[in-house]
Design a protein around this ligand. Structure first.
Ligand code: PEP
Ligand code: MG
Length: 818
């Protein structure tokens, strides 16, 4: 092992620096000597003392000298002259504290003199990164010899202060002895790669709490290294949890009930039978038997989930997107090697299958529960949900909740439990815990059951039959309310009900504004079942059929025949109304197992939508073939998603031209999601029959806010004037080309007047939003909408746009005189 010598003017400074550095190496050996001060108190340096320290530190592998400044350097240089030449010594220019810490970690882990000196020299990179000061170019990844095993994995940093020096030092120490190379990348910030042996490079990743770190392990012990690192990450590299818990309390007890699913509910409280799992103390059989029991239970739980979403080839999902997405996420958890390996390791060590599974998943859930990000915290509920599903299978217990009339009060519910509720019987949900971002909450919204969450444990003591009133839009919760309070809830409920009823009763009429402008209100659908729903809810046409549902969650692409059948069913439901079939819009964020897709750091900027279709022409060709067959019998249009260039439109149209008979009347449109297309809509208009603005993606790309990223969600407002300017550009550039909007903004009552005022003539919304969107159009005066749109374009922010709209009474009813 190489030795370290600290040369400083101050003994106290040197001792403190050594103290800090030794803390980083935990219990590992370290040869470190101090030559500092003329005595305990007097500042100064002495060459003879430095020479003595070098001799004491050198075990034959060399010595690295770290110095503070000025005469410390001169004394060190003089010491070299005093010593015989057999000592291999390097003087290091690194800053004393940072350099010593980096060198100590490297030396304690067996690094040679040159590598240790290199580590010390780079010791400031991490600090510079953290402070946003220019950083030295990142280390190039080490070349991986051919035929060598390479594995990838990732973890979320759960340490309170991120992957700072101590956890990083622990990481290096734990991996040093293994015959593998580890590289780390910070996927959240895009920094890296950093060698798993380098403290300075790891620091330069700037890995903060909640960041996702990708691990690449290669070499003979790659798997071992990967598992060890993932395990360490789960254990927060040995840092304590309690501080985290104290710093970031879950917002469940102090804030009162949180609004979770809109609507008013009044009814008697009831509590479901709770499932208590009694975990066996001892395994029933040898590890091989317990492991088989676990594998079988996981397989049965997966089968149950699959039958919930009906993912089997040739059948369409029974549920609409929220449910199928939630259950697909649970299927992925049940495929998660990390979780399963954790349980198997315990079984191998003599644990019973049920106990091993419960412990492995509880540990994983606890790690998420302490994160400050509420979205990540809510994912812990998903881990517990799959834990219970498998435990139910293992122990033969049914975890479903049988629906009873009234308001269900529970500690929390799993998504599967909410999905199984009968919404015609259960009128409301009160959860003591949980959160509005949980998957259970998403499913409550999808089912239209009013709900509040995080109401606190006291709700669990509400006697069965007690009247409860709740407002899922505001989070208000009244237990055994006074008659006046109840009357208020009833009045709000009646008002909402009347509004919905009158919208519903006119849902099949066209939507014409007060000043006589007709607006097509279309439906976004993701399955034949949703198409039926849309038609019943009054859709004028299908403005967007998200065909992805046919392609996801399966092992092979659907055949032309299968696609044709589904598109035909949808067109048939729409009974002569136009159906806009969007070609496959997936990408790196939703990978397909049957095509090879590169791993992308920014999948939303990658091979997505039409880019993917053109890169895999066999997929696009099959889909166009199916669409063309249906177009012979029904009015269908084809729409290409994620278009960026005119060339893409040309190529896609050319492919369609080779498939469709020349006399087939098939409209072709594109989604406007990329700002470059919006900016040059006038050029694109020459190549298409219609535009459909995807405000979800247009907002993401215009404002540079990733969809679904909670931490920037506040910025993602499609009413930002920047987005409105692009919509304006599309409408003005379109000329005679029809302009629709099919993003979520089309169903936002605040956005509707602006979109219509800018010149949009079709709004395509989720089926449940159809009646109210039509009702909103009927209340509007388009002339006033134009004036409001012009004012919105001049606003400085989305907030100003929204507050101006809220004040504008001319929009609804009064035709302005000017
Ligand atoms: C959009 O981007 O607004 C859109 C409707 O497409 P998707 O949400 O399917 O990406
Ligand atoms: Mg989109």
């Amino acid at each position: 092992m190489i030795g370290l010598v600290v040369v400083s003017h101050s003994r106290r400074l040197a001792d403190a620096a050594v103290d800090l550095a030794t803390q980083m190496v935990h219990d590992r050996d370290l040869r470190i000597e101090v030559a500092a001060g003329l005595d305990e108190e007097t500042l100064g340096t002495d060459a003879t003392a430095v020479a003595d320290a070098i001799i004491a530190a050198d075990s034959g592998s060399g010595v690295l000298i770290l110095m503070d400044l000025g005469s410390a350097i001169l004394s060190a240089e003089l010491a070299l002259e005093l010593l015989p030449t057999q000592h291999r010594i390097r003087l290091c220019a690194a800053p004393l504290v940072e350099g010593l810490v980096a060198a100590a970690v490297a030396a304690a882990n067996g690094a040679a003199l040159a590598e240790t000196a290199d580590e010390a020299d780079n010791a400031l990179i991490g600090k510079r990164t953290q402070l946003g000061i220019d950083t030295t170019p990142e280390a190039l990844p080490e070349a991986v010899p051919q035929n060598e095993t390479t594995m990838r994995g990732s973890f979320i940093v759960a340490n309170e202060h991120g992957l700072h020096a101590r956890p990083a030092a622990r990481l290096i120490a734990e991996l040093r002895d293994l015959d593998c190379r580890i590289e780390l990348r910070n996927l959240t910030t895009g920094t890296g790669p950093a060698s798993g042996r380098s403290l300075s490079r790891i620091a330069a990743l700037g890995a903060l709490t909640g960041h996702e770190i990708e691990i690449t392990a290669s070499g003979p012990a790659a798997e071992h290294g990967m598992n060890r690192l993932l395990m360490l990450a789960r254990q927060r590299f040995g840092e304590e949890i309690p501080a985290l818990v104290a710093d970031h309390p879950a917002p469940t007890t102090s804030t009162g009930p949180l609004p979770t699913s809109t609507g008013i509910a009044i009814g008697p409280a009831w509590q479901p039978e709770t499932t208590h799992f009694v975990l066996p103390d001892h395994p029933a059989g040898p590890p091989a038997t317990e492991r088989r029991l676990l594998d079988d239970a996981i397989a049965r739980a997966k089968e149950r989930l699959r039958s919930e979403i009906q993912l089997h080839p040739g059948r369409e999902p029974r549920y609409t997107s929220p449910q199928s997405e939630v259950f697909q996420a649970h299927l992925l958890l049940l495929d998660d090697d990390e979780l399963i390996t954790g349980a198997r390791q315990q079984i191998a060590g003599g644990a019973a299958a049920a106990g091993a599974w419960a412990t492995a998943l509880d540990t994983a859930a606890q790690q998420l529960e302490v994160l400050p990000d509420p979205y990540l915290r809510a994912r812990a509920a998903d881990i517990r949900a799959v834990r219970d599903q498998v435990l139910g299978e293992l122990l033969g217990q049914d975890t479903r909740v049988a629906s009873r009339p009234g308001i269900l009060v529970a500690a929390d519910l799993t998504p599967a439990q909410v999905a199984g509720l009968d919404e015609t019987v259960v009128t409301g949900i009160v959860l003591a815990h949980g959160s509005p971002t949980s998957h259970a909450a998403i499913l409550a919204r999808a089912k239209g059951i009013p709900a509040v969450s995080a109401a606190g444990d006291s709700v669990l003591r509400i006697p069965t039959g007690t009247t409860i009133a709740l407002d899922g839009a505001t989070g208000e919760l009244a237990i055994d309310p006074q008659p006046e309070c109840l009357a208020e809830f009833r009045a709000t409920a009646a008002e909402q009900h009347n509004r919905r009823q009158s919208a519903q009763s006119a849902a099949h009429d066209v939507a014409v504004s007060r000043d006589g402008v007709m607006v097509h209100v279309a439906a976004n659908v993701g399955s034949a079942a949703e198409a039926d729903h849309a038609v019943r809810a009054g859709a004028d046409l299908a403005g967007l059929v998200r065909t992805e549902f046919l392609f996801l969650g399966r092992e092979q692409a659907p055949s032309v025949e299968e696609q044709e059948q589904v598109y035909r069913d949808i067109a048939k439901s729409f009974d002569g109304r136009r159906v806009v079939l969007r070609t496959l819009d997936v990408g790196g964020d939703k990978p397909l197992p049957y095509i090879s897709q590169p791993r992308e750091a920014n999948p939303f900027l990658g091979l997505r939508g039409t880019r993917l279709g053109l890169a895999h022409p066999e997929l696009l060709r099959d889909q166009l073939q199916a669409i063309v067959r249906v177009a012979a019998d029904y009015p269908v249009s084809v729409m290409f998603p994620m278009i960026t260039t005119v060339e893409e439109v040309r190529t896609a149209r050319r492919m369609l031209g080779t498939i469709a008979p020349p006399d087939l009347d098939i409209e072709v449109g594109i989604m406007v999601e990329v700002p470059a297309v919006a900016a040059r809509a006038a050029v694109f208009a020459g190549f298409v029959d219609f535009f459909s603005i995807g405000t979800n993606d247009l907002t993401q790309y215009t404002l540079a806010v990733e969809r679904g990223n909670e931490s920037v969600a506040g910025l993602a407002d499609p009413l930002d004037p920047g987005v409105l300017h692009l919509i304006d550009k599309v409408c003005r550039g379109a000329g005679d080309t029809r302009v629709a909007v099919c993003g979520e903004a089309a169903a936002d009552p605040a956005a509707v007047p602006l979109l219509l005022g800018l010149g949009v003539s079709e709004l395509s919304v989720a089926p449940p939003a159809l009646p109210l969107t039509k009702a909103a159009v009927r209340e509007l005066d388009i002339q006033a909408c134009r004036a409001a749109a012009a004012r919105a374009l001049a606003c400085e922010s989305a907030t100003q746009v929204r507050s101006q709209l809220a004040r504008n009474i001319a929009l609804r009813g009064r035709v302005p005189t000017a």
